[in-house]
Ligand binder design. Structure first.
Ligand SMILES: Cc1cc2nc3c(=O)[nH]c(=O)nc-3n(C[C@H](O)[C@H](O)[C@H](O)COP(=O)(O)O)c2cc1C
Length: 373
């Protein structure tokens, strides 16, 4: 890693009741270490270790709302029910004792099956139109009643996050899961008010989720909304092909109450509309901030040589320069940067970067996925 001045990453950040000591966010990463949906002491210790070593904001692994088919792996944690919430209480208390800040990422997988296990829910899978990808049926189309119940389930999870003392809540609306299946025309063919020919119309479900979460947490707790152009079903899909389409997509969600947009890319340095501002142009988070005025989080291969989907097929990555990241953050292109695998394999990654202890940064290897440390 070439040495660069990393001060831009270590400026404080303040929004509503959220106060962060630096700009580095631990990206949400499913770990599947919560038997029966309950995060135990090992999960609490895993997050606490990152809080102890200077991570500014921790976003939890995806943790599911109270809908029967919300998860697609057996050891994904619930964010409902007494036992799971007691586990999360232990998590947030440990993070706070270590001086950290944290929000749960609340999640419903829609009709996406896990690519890591053969496990399937013993209840019907649900999605906007009973599809998982273009022309690929999976599960049932949700009734209006199922949608209303799902909105309530998001609200209850958010209210519980606040009650337990979490500092923010992130809604997972990315990567081809339930909310993203409403955005995507290929998986949303509904003829009621949750469907439609335009992205703006297909954003209605997400806007209602955000509104119900806002009603549940009150005005001061920041709500983060995670979105992506790409889908795990197809990396090349783009919801918004122009800035105007991006405005139609994201502005109503900010209007509905999303405070921070978490713009998921696999490589943060890739420009979103290079035809408009060149090969070094604004990335997704940069455009989202420019078009909506909301603060944004960027993400994707920070500090590592390869992108994250390779991790699931066993690929390793070596440490990479932070120079391009620092340049973009010095220009305030986006406000916060999320780091996934580098923090998964090394709980001390932020501390080492801050101390410019570059020689001790380690490779990411597939072994990091097999245990919690
Ligand atoms: C093991 C693993 C699990 C992940 N689980 C989630 C998840 O639950 N929710 C989510 O929004 N993204 C998830 N992601 C994506 C990460 O949040 C992040 O966007 C991605 O890893 C890119 O960041 P990186 O290149 O720094 O690893 C996961 C990534 C990995 C490697």
């Amino acid at each position: 890693m070439a040495s660069s001045n990393v001060d831009a990453l270590f400026r404080p950040f303040q929004l509503k009741s959220l106060s962060l000591k630096n700009r580095i966010v631990m990206a949400p990463m499913t770990r599947s270490f919560s038997p029966s949906g309950v995060p135990g002491d090992n999960v609490a210790a895993y997050y606490r270790r990152r809080a102890e070593q200077e991570v500014g904001l921790i976003l939890s692994e995806g943790t599911t709302i109270d809908r029967p088919a919300a998860r697609n792996e057996p050891n994904i944690p619930f964010f409902h029910g007494e036992a799971a919430l007691a586990g999360w209480q232990h998590v947030i208390d440990g993070v706070h004792e270590a001086g950290g800040r944290m929000g749960p990422q609340i999640w419903h997988v829609g009709s996406v099956a896990s690519f890591l296990t053969d496990w399937v829910q013993d209840v019907p899978v649900e999605s906007p139109s009973g599809l998982v990808a273009p022309g690929q049926p999976r599960g049932e189309a949700m009734s209006e009643e199922a949608i209303a119940d799902t909105l309530d389930a998001y609200a209850r999870a958010a209210a519980d996050a606040k009650r337990l003392g979490f500092d923010t809540v992130e809604i997972h609306a990315a990567h081809g899961y339930l909310i993203d299946q409403f955005f995507w025309a290929a998986t949303n063919q509904r003829s009621d008010r949750y469907g439609g020919a335009t992205l703006k119309e297909r954003s209605r479900f997400a806007a209602e989720v955000v509104k119900s979460v806002r009603d549940a947490v009150g005005p001061d707790l920041p709500i983060i909304l995670r979105v992506s152009q790409w889908k795990q079903q197809d990396f090349d899909v783009r919801l918004a092909n122009t800035p105007d389409e991006m405005t139609d997509w994201l502005a109503p969600l900010v209007e509905a109450g999303a405070d921070i947009l978490h713009c998921s890319q696999r490589r943060f340095w890739e420009p979103e509309y290079p035809e408009l501002d060149g090969p070094e142009g604004l990335n997704f988070a940069g455009w989202a901030k420019k078009l909506t005025g909301a603060p944004t989080i960027s993400v994707g291969s920070v500090g590592l040589s390869g992108d994250f989907m390779g991790a699931f097929s066993g690929e390793s990555s070596t440490p990479a320069s932070l120079e391009k990241l620092v340049d973009r953050m010095e220009r305030d292109e986006f406000d916060l940067i999320a780091v996934g695998r580098a923090l998964l394999s090394d709980p001390a990654w932020v501390k080492k970067v801050h101390a410019r202890d570059e020689t001790s940064l380690t490779d990411f290897t597939k072994e990091a996925l097999t245990e919690l440390y």
